[in-house]
Write a new protein. Structure first.
Length: 367
């Protein structure tokens, strides 16, 4: 039987529509690949803060790299502390989905989960090389995400200050007894260690440290290192600058991400975020080395700062209290113990390697 022309045309149209529909169903990735995502990222640090908010490896630099690498498909609006939320509310904001990202340090969240401390810095822990080894190749990032999974978040390193300084003191520290009753700005696990030695610990955002130190609200303060500390003017409020970086041997910046939002990104955009964060991790630390070298020289030569290491008995007391605080935390929580055991197992191997590599360089080669 011959099909009438009109029926043939109808069949062709029907077949064409079906074919197009089938093609659309068969290639769902084409449409999402062209989708533009507009995200918000908050920070624990105010706008204009070098390293944290501005300059190489900063939150702004990270957002720029992601935008350029994605050809504008992932745009991240960056907010400094206090612009959208208070400095230390990034964890809750990302968890709630109010913002997709937060740029800060994991040790601000030890009140939520103690294990977060290990992903910023552990007193008497590892340096930049060691932390990167553990995070990227020793299972650290996987554990980080396991810790945050109950909160609906994931994280990755996106910067590092390198070794930080003990901090600024209005009076000289000669013995452990000199710490008793001292009011000091110090966050994280180090704050718990100092508290065990009688220090009245305060946690203040970066922008509040100088006025508090200048007015005598606090007697001592730790922030980052020579460049950042000089920028805040801390050397104008206290002259004793203790250099022993016992508490933060390599302070990791954290890119905190809402897990549901992350899941909506195509794989290639996820890869761009991961690679941009890894780039900032290296670039930011490199910038700190140059900036701190110049600033320390200026502080000592031109600003009248007295820079010196902590006395050995003080360091020994801090080490003892650190071990006690960690032991108590591990005994209370199985997940913290899991992270702790992984960290220190890696550190033991890294320490042995460092003895024949970095330590040999500093003692025998550097001159």
């Amino acid at each position: 039987m011959t099909t009438p022309p009109n029926s043939r045309r109808g069949a062709l149209k029907t077949g064409l529509k079906a074919g197009l529909a089938g093609a659309a169903l068969a290639t769902p990735a084409i449409v999402p690949a062209q989708t533009t995502f507009n995200w918000k990222m908050t920070s624990a640090y105010p706008k204009g803060s070098p390293f944290y908010m501005d300059g190489p490896g900063s939150a702004t630099d990270l957002a720029r790299r992601i935008r350029e690498m994605s050809a504008g498909r992932l745009n991240i609006q960056v907010f400094g502390a206090g612009e959208l939320i208070p400095a230390f509310e990034g964890f809750d904001a990302v968890r709630a989905g109010t913002v997709e990202m937060n740029h800060a340090n994991a040790y601000f969240w030890t009140g939520k989960t103690f294990a977060a401390q290990y992903f910023t810095a552990v007193p008497f822990g590892m340096n930049f090389q060691g932390m990167n080894g553990w995070l990227y190749d020793g299972g650290g990032i996987d554990l980080w995400n396991e810790v945050y999974a109950p909160f609906g978040m994931l994280a990755m390193p996106c910067g590092n200050t390198g070794v930080q300084m003990t901090g600024w003191f209005k009076k000289e520290i000669k013995t452990v007894a000199d710490l008793k009753g001292l009011k000091m700005r110090i966050p994280g696990l180090a704050g718990r260690v100092y508290a065990a030695l009688g220090v009245d610990v305060k946690v203040l955002p970066g922008g509040e440290i100088f006025p508090a130190l200048e007015r005598g609200v606090i007697d001592a303060a730790e922030f980052v290192g020579p460049f950042q500390d000089r920028r805040l003017g801390l050397h104008k409020a206290a002259k004793y600058y203790y250099t022993t970086g016992w508490h933060e041997n390599a302070t990791v910046s954290e890119l905190l991400i809402n897990r549901a939002a992350w899941g909506r990104l195509p794989k290639e955009l996820q890869a761009i975020v991961e690679n941009a964060a890894a780039a900032c991790n290296v670039i930011g630390e490199a910038w700190c080395q140059k900036a701190n070298s110049d600033a320390m020289e200026d502080l000592v030569k031109n600003q009248g700062v007295i820079a010196r290491p902590l006395p050995d008995p003080v360091i020994a007391a801090l080490r003892t209290e650190t071990q006690k605080v960690l032991a108590e935390a591990v005994a209370r929580d199985a997940l913290t113990k899991k992270v702790h055991d992984s960290f220190f197992a890696f550190k033991a191997k890294f320490d042995r390697w460092s003895e024949v590599s970095e330590e040999a360089y500093h003692l025998k080669v550097r001159g």
